[in-house]
Design a protein around this ligand. Structure first.
Ligand SMILES: Nc1ncnc2c1ncn2[C@@H]1O[C@H](COP(=O)(O)OP(=O)(O)O)[C@@H](O)[C@H]1O
Ligand SMILES: [Mg+2]
Length: 263
């Protein structure tokens, strides 16, 4: 981890608005993400974790709104034009979703799924370069290159998830937001996929926000931990500090349950 902030979130509040009803999904959230850091965000369902991730990609759309600052490359993402956001999304800041929300196109081969991204996002038109990038991407997540000829339904959940990881990272992004990337997988596959993801992040030098409701996954992956509850960060620090000295009752319960399982 290098002592340099790549992303800085200050007083982020997000309100969802639909049919005249407003919901304060995120309240006064602040944190910094350093270059190379893996920040885990844990919290129960509805705590606002995904909403923070969406805001970082500039995906909160009117009538819903976000207030505060999300500073990336000296600019506030919340004030960026759609044109600039599209230059950043996928290329510099990318998101990996859980397998069930899988973004692979089911009627295209894995290779074609890759080519769409390489053409549209990376603007590369050289076919030899496509092949090289696809092979390199598959190998980097420990998949044989023959997989590129298959269709998504021919692959296991763990393989599809590794493909989503390599697709999300093919542009060499600086920030990766992984939103419950392994929730749909069994526990053995989950930890294998997490080790592949962690290795990919560490070797690329990217920073990651790793969102989960699963504390063991955080312990395995993250350098720092933020605990969210009812839209707020109630605890934040190096993983070992938060786990050894939890301050908040909710965090104490979470940590207690984790050690129960460990025994
Ligand atoms: N598009 C939306 N419109 C209205 N409310 C939403 C929307 N998305 C999420 N919410 C609400 O915002 C809160 C936070 O949701 P979310 O960020 O998805 O939580 P988490 O990812 O921690 O489970 C929840 O109460 C949820 O119901
Ligand atoms: Mg979520």
């Amino acid at each position: 981890m290098i002592d340099e902030d790549i992303l800085s979130v200050r007083d982020l509040s997000i309100v969802y608005s639909s049919y005249g009803e407003e919901k304060n999904a995120v309240r006064n959230v602040s944190f910094d993400l350093r270059r190379g850091e893996i920040l885990g965000i844990v919290g129960e369902s509805g705590a606002g974790k995904s909403t923070v991730g969406k805001a970082i990609l500039g995906l909160i759309e009117p009538p819903s709104y976000a207030r505060g600052q999300i500073t990336f490359e000296n600019r506030n993402i919340l004030e960026m034009s759609e044109y600039r956001l599209n230059k950043i999304r996928w290329n510099k800041i990318t998101m990996i979703f859980q397998a069930s929300m899988n973004s692979l196109n089911p009627v295209q081969s894995i290779e074609s799924n890759f080519i769409s991204v390489i053409k549209d996002k990376m603007k590369i038109n050289d076919k030899i370069e496509w092949e090289r990038l696809i092979d390199e991407a598959l190998l980097s997540v420990s998949l044989p290159i023959e997989v590129k000829k298959k269709f998504p339904h021919q692959l296991s959940g763990g393989m599809k998830q590794r493909i989503l990881i390599s697709l999300a990272m093919i542009t060499n992004p600086q920030v990766v937001i992984a939103d419950e990337p392994t929730t749909a997988l069994d526990v053995i596959t989950e930890f294998y996929v997490l080790s592949v993801l962690k290795n990919k992040i560490r070797t690329s030098g990217a920073s990651m926000i790793f969102i989960t409701h699963d504390l063991p996954a955080i312990v395995f992956m993250a350098d720092t931990l933020a605990v969210m509850r009812y839209g707020e960060i109630i605890e934040h620090g190096p993983v070992s500090n938060v786990l050894s000295k939890p301050q908040n009752d909710y965090t104490k319960k979470l940590v207690g349950a984790y050690y129960e399982v460990e025994l």
